[in-house]
Design a protein around this ligand. Structure first.
Ligand code: UDX
Ligand code: UDX
Ligand code: ADP
Length: 479
C-alpha cells in the first residue's frame, strides 16, 4: 500500500512539527495539517507560527504551499487522505470518573467520530497523541461501529517521542520510531505502509514494531522512567543540601555507570511539561483500574515528589526573605517549563509564582518566548485563584530581564534559558534592593561570581557558603 496523502487532525506541539518534518523528508507525499481552530491554522499559515521551536520556521517555509498545507477544511482532508494522524489534545479529566488522573479522551473520540462521518474510502488511522493504554481500542470501536459499506479502517499506535525545544532534531534524528498494529495480515500491511513513510529518512533498524498495546504502554513507560530519574535526582538534591554534597558531582559520578547513563540527571526546581505528569497519572489510573494498587502507589510517589520539590524550593525563597514576601518585588526569570520553548503547560514557574502571589509578593516576570497573555492566563484562571483581579494587580510582565529585576528584593530563576547566563550581574546587583537574593532553580549561574559581587545565593542540591553557614550550624549531626 502506498501512502500519497496524509492528513493530521490537530495542529499543536505534536501534529505541527511532526507533519512538517514528514513533509520535508517525503516530497512525494502531500501532508495536510488540520485544526478546528481557525486562529491556529491562520497562525500556521502566517510568518509567526503558533509555537516556538528551533528550526521549525525554516522547515515550514521550505515546504508550505508545496506539499505541506495547514487547513480548516477537515472534511476534504480526511476524504482524500490514505493515512490520518490523530494528534489532538488529551488533557487530564477535570470532572467525573477518574477526575485529576484519567485522560480526557473527548477530543480523541471527537476526531474518531469525525473520521467515521466523513471517510468514504479505506483509511489507516494512526494514534499519535499520548493516550492511555487501550485508546486505540476506543478509536477502533467508534470507527468500526460507524463504518460505511466499502470503507475499512486499520488503527495503528505511533507514539511521538519528541521533546519540546529539540523537536526538529528529535524528529529528524529519531533514535527510535515505534509502530504498534494489529496482528492480522491487514494490520501488518498498515504497519508496513507507515514504516515506508518513516524509511524516507529513518534507518530501518531504528523502526520498532510491536502490538498496539505494547506501543501505547511503551510511551507511558518511557515518560514515567524519565520523570522518575528526575524525581530520584531531585530527592538526592535535598540530601545534598543537608549534607554538603554537591548534586552535580553526584550526578556526574552516578551517570558514569553505563547501566545508568549521564542524561536526565539534572536536578531542578521540578519537572514540568504537558507529558510527564499527565502520563504518570494515566499509568496510575490504569494500575488502579487493573486492581494493582501497589503499582499505582509506586508511580504516584514520582509525581508527589515533584510537588514536594517545587514547594521545597518556594519555601526556601520565602524563608530566606525573612519569612515574608508580602509587598516585596520578586523577579521571576523564565516562565516556560524548559528552555527553547514558549510552552507553559505544568511549568514549575506556575507553582512558584502562585505560592509567592498567595504570600502577597509582587511578581515581575520575564521570559524570552512566553506570550504575556499566556502568563496572565496561567496565574489568573479559576483553577489557580479565586481572585484573578488581585493576582493580575500583583503581576507585571517585562520584555527584558534587566527591567524585571530593577528594584527587586530577589531574583527567582525558574527556566534555564541560555541568555540568563550572559546577564551582567554586577549591573543587576546595583539596581536591586539590598540584601540582594538570587535563587537559581536550575543550577545554571556562576554562584561563586555572584557571591563575590555581594548576592545571597541559593540553588538546588548544593549548599553555598554565604547563605548556608547559619543553617549548617543548626543542622543535625549524622550518625
Ligand atoms: C518529554 C519527553 O522527553 C519526550 O520524549 C516525550 O515525547 C514528551 O515528554 P518534554 O516534556 O518536551 O519531553 O521535555 P523534557 O526535556 O523531557 O523535559 C521535561 C521536564 O523535565 C522539563 O521541565 C525539564 O526542565 C525537566 N528536566 C529534564 C529536569 O528537571 N531535569 C533533567 O535532567 C531533564
Ligand atoms: C550491585 C551493583 O551492580 C554493583 O555495581 C555494586 O557494586 C554492588 O551491587 P550485585 O548485587 O553483585 O552488584 O549484582 P547486580 O548485577 O547489580 O544484580 C543485583 C540484583 O538485581 C540481582 O538479584 C539481579 O538478578 C537483579 N537484577 C539486575 C534484575 O532483577 N534485573 C536487572 O535488569 C538487573
Ligand atoms: P499536543 O501538545 O498534544 O500537540 P495541543 O493542545 O498543542 O496538543 O494541540 C492539539 C490541537 O488539536 C489543538 O490545536 C486543538 O484545537 C486540536 N483539535 C482538537 N480536536 C480536534 C479535532 N477533532 N479536529 C481537529 N483538530 C482538533
Amino acid at each position: 500500500m502506498v501512502i500519497e496523502k496524509i492528513c493530521c487532525l490537530g495542529a499543536g506541539y505534536v501534529g505541527g512539527p511532526t507533519c512538517s518534518v514528514i513533509a520535508w523528508k517525503c516530497p512525494d507525499i502531500k501532508v495536510t495539517v488540520c485544526d478546528k481552530s481557525i486562529e491556529r491554522i491562520n497562525q500556521w499559515n502566517s510568518d509567526k507560527l503558533p509555537i516556538y521551536e528551533p528550526g521549525l520556521d525554516e522547515v515550514v517555509k521550505e515546504c508550505r504551499g508545496k506539499n505541506l498545507f495547514f487547513s480548516t477544511d477537515i472534511a476534504n482532508s480526511i476524504q482524500e487522505a490514505d493515512l490520518i494522524f490523530i494528534s489532538v489534545n488529551t488533557p487530564t479529566k477535570t470532572i467525573g470518573n477518574g477526575k485529576g488522573r484519567a485522560a480526557d479522551l473527548k477530543y480523541i473520540e471527537g476526531a474518531a467520530r469525525m473520521i467515521a462521518d466523513l471517510a468514504t474510502s479505506n483509511k489507516i488511522v494512526v494514534e499519535k497523541s499520548t493516550v492511555p493504554v487501550k485508546a486505540a481500542e476506543i478509536i477502533m470501536k467508534i470507527l468500526r461501529a460507524n463504518t460505511k459499506p466499502g470503507v475499512e479502517y486499520q488503527i495503528l499506535s505511533n507514539p511521538e517521542f519528541l521533546a519540546e525545544g529539540t523537536a526538529i532534531v528529535d524528529l529528524v534524528e529519531s533514535e527510535r520510531v515505534l509502530i504498534g498494529g494489529e496482528d492480522t495480515p491487514e494490520g501488518q500491511k498498515a504497519v508496513q505502509a507507515l514504516c515506508w513513510v518513516y524509511e524516507h529518512w529513518i534507518p530501518a533498524k531504528n523502526i520498532l514494531t510491536t502490538n498496539t498495546w505494547s506501543s501505547e504502554l511503551s510511551k507511558l513507560a518511557a515518560n514515567a522512567f524519565l520523570a522518575q530519574r528526575i524525581s530520584s535526582i531531585n530527592s538526592l538534591s535535598a540530601v545534598c543540601e543537608a549534607t554538603g554534597a554537591d548534586v552535580s558531582e553526584v550526578a556526574r559520578a552516578v551517570g558514569r555507570d553505563s547501566r545508568i547513563g549521564p542524561k536526565f540527571l539534572e536536578a531542578s526546581i521540578g519537572f514540568g511539561g504537558s507529558c510527564f505528569q499527565k502520563d504518570i497519572l494515566n499509568l496510575i489510573y490504569l494500575s488502579e483500574c487493573l486492581n494493582l494498587p501497589e503499582v499505582a502507589a509506586y508511580w504516584q510517589q514520582v509525581v508527589s515528589f515533584n510537588d514536594y520539590q517545587k514547594n521545597r524550593f518556594t519555601r526556601k525563597v520565602i524563608e530566606s526573605l525573612f519569612n515574608t514576601v508580602s509587598d516585596k518585588k520578586i523577579a521571576i526569570l523564565g516562565f516556560s517549563f524548559k528552555k527553547n520553548t514558549g510552552d507553559t503547560r505544568e511549568s514549575p514557574a506556575i507553582c512558584v509564582s502562585k505560592t509567592l502571589l498567595d504570600e502577597g509578593a509582587k511578581l515581575h516576570i520575564y521570559d524570552p518566548k512566553v506570550e504575556t497573555d499566556q502568563i496572565y492566563y496561567e496565574l489568573t484562571h479559576p483553577q489557580v485563584t479565586n481572585e484573578p483581579e488581585v493576582a493580575r494587580k500583583n503581576i507585571e510582565i517585562h520584555s527584558s530581564a534587566y527591567s524585571a529585576v530593577t528594584g527587586a528584593h530577589a531574583i527567582v530563576l525558574c527556566t534555564e534559558w541560555d541568555e540568563f547566563k550572559e546577564l551582567d550581574f554586577k549591573k543587576i546587583y546595583n539596581v536591586m534592593m539590598k540584601p540582594a537574593y538570587i535563587f537559581d532553580g536550575r543550577k545554571i549561574l556562576d554562584h561563586e561570581a555572584l557571591i563575590n559581587i555581594g548576592f545571597h545565593v541559593q540553588t538546588i542540591g548544593k549548599r553555598l557558603s554565604r547563605t548556608s553557614s547559619i543553617r549548617a550550624q543548626g543542622s543535625q549531626t549524622l550518625p
